[in-house]
Write a protein that binds this ligand. Structure first.
Ligand code: IMP
Length: 419
């Protein structure tokens, strides 16, 4: 497969960073195409933990190119913190990290607006407060600042004036906060421009050429299908398209550019922030999964809500994305837990309630026999206990896609092909 897309099939935090890291060695270029600093992709290499918010995980592989494409929103300070951490680990990004000219920049006022909206009472989304929603809103409202705008003083100043006229109205009259100063923003942008200037690329031309020259490309999704603005649990979603259709749009390439879509499925379910979560377990099992799985946000540190695997949402995610295969992660976390449950129905047809079907999901479960053996050292399917293999086969059947990869621990080496 010359081009492969990897996407989350749940509510994010499926372990995509780990799977991407495993695959990245085989691909020349890895591309982030949506989302921003709200993502937190964790990769453990020889016991050293790397958390990447912006930079594609392939940066950890020597000689590979990492592209932050135009469909993303970029927090320049977070990016440079990440670059600093990588340099401390002896990893240089210069010449290997590229940023699309049209990538939108998360401005300080986007983060302030995100926090102010969450704190203003009423419905809370439970965002990461990384400014994602306000930055994507400005993008669509044509008030955004793009990478290329940082180098065009006149256009930048004019866009900022128009944007701040609106933002300052909100700050003053709605949130009771001080106004944002135009000159101060210009100064920040100037400083960012000088730091970031060597990284720019025309994403469309770069990828079209790369694909036509048969260079291999891996598309790294962030968040998960159930957080998609249009196809997730709206309004408790992120502000970008988290499904496969974000790839052509975020990269300026044809739909047919993606040869294979691989969905990442954690062996149980988690969700951070508010919103529907039919299989959530607020008792002993949820607590056990949180503890054993280390289920705390890589970006915010918040404890994640935990529960059994949800095959109704999973099948929906596979269908929306057109997933050709699946990678199962954190299977080791289920060892020794006892019997396992998988949600197989909400008590009505379809996935989440809609106006035609406004009922609350009433999950019904299928129970699977658990296994006691520690599987973190497994290197092939036959190393897994029979009960574990049955659980994997059930995921294939219920989700409707074959399982191609199985991850049994956080380290780079703890993953194998199902075969
Ligand atoms: P935002 O993306 O910060 O606007 O947050 C919107 C919703 O998406 C919140 O419920 C967040 O917790 C959730 N979210 C955003 N990014 C991630 C992620 O990378 N993993 C899991 N949840 C996320």
């Amino acid at each position: 497969m010359k081009t492969l897309a990897l996407l989350g099939m749940q509510w994010g935090d499926e372990g995509k960073g780990k799977v991407i890291d495993h695959l990245a060695a085989q691909y020349d270029i890895t591309v982030r195409f949506q989302g921003g600093g709200n993502a937190g992709h964790t990769v453990v290499v020889d016991g050293r933990k790397h958390v990447l918010h912006h930079i594609p995980s392939s940066i950890l592989h020597e000689g590979k190119t990492a592209l932050i494409a135009d469909g993303t929103v970029l927090d320049v300070d977070t990016l440079f913190e990440e670059i600093g951490e990588l340099r401390k680990a002896g990893i240089e990004v210069t010449g290997r990290l590229l940023i699309g000219f049209g990538t939108h920049i998360v401005m300080p006022y986007h983060k302030e607006l995100d926090a102010a909206s969450e704190e203003s009472g009423g419905q809370k989304i439970g965002t990461t407060k990384r400014g994602i929603g306000p930055c994507y809103a400005d993008r669509k409202a044509r008030l955004g600042i793009r990478y290329m705008d940082l180098f065009d003083g006149k256009a930048l100043s004019e866009r900022l004036s128009k944007s701040l006229a609106e933002k300052n109205c909100l700050f003053k009259h709605l949130y009771g906060k001080p106004a944002v100063d135009h000159a101060a923003m210009l100064k920040i942008c100037e400083a960012w421009a000088s730091k970031i200037k060597g990284f720019g690329v025309d994403t469309h031309s770069f990828l079209i050429k790369a694909i036509s020259e048969s260079r291999t490309v891996l598309f790294e999704g962030a968040q998960g299908a159930m957080l998609d603005t249009d196809w997730g649990t709206y309004p408790f979603v992120t502000s970008s398209t988290t499904t496969a259709s974000a790839i052509p749009q975020g990269c300026g390439i044809p739909m047919k550019s993606v040869d294979h879509v691989m969905g990442v499925v954690k062996a149980y379910s988690t969700r951070v922030g508010s919103g529907p979560f039919p299989t959530e377990d607020t008792g002993e099992i949820g607590e056990l999964l949180r503890k054993r799985g280390g289920e705390y946000g890589a970006t915010t540190g918040r404890p994640r809500r935990c529960g059994w695997l949800d095959a109704v949402a999973g099948k929906y995610a596979v269908t929306v994305n057109g997933a050709d295969s699946l990678a199962i992660t954190k299977l080791d976390v289920l060892s020794g837990i006892g019997d396992l449950k998988v949600c197989v129905s909400y008590g009505f047809d379809g996935c989440f309630p809609d106006p035609r079907n406004p009922r609350e999901p009433k999950p019904s479960y299928k129970t699977f026999k658990g296994w006691k053996k520690d599987i973190s050292g497994a290197e092939k399917v036959s190393d897994l206990p029979a009960e574990c293999r049955t659980y994997v086969d059930a995921i294939e059947g219920l989700f409707g896609a074959r399982v191609s990869l199985i991850s049994v621990g956080p380290d780079r080496r703890q993953v194998f092909e199902k075969g």
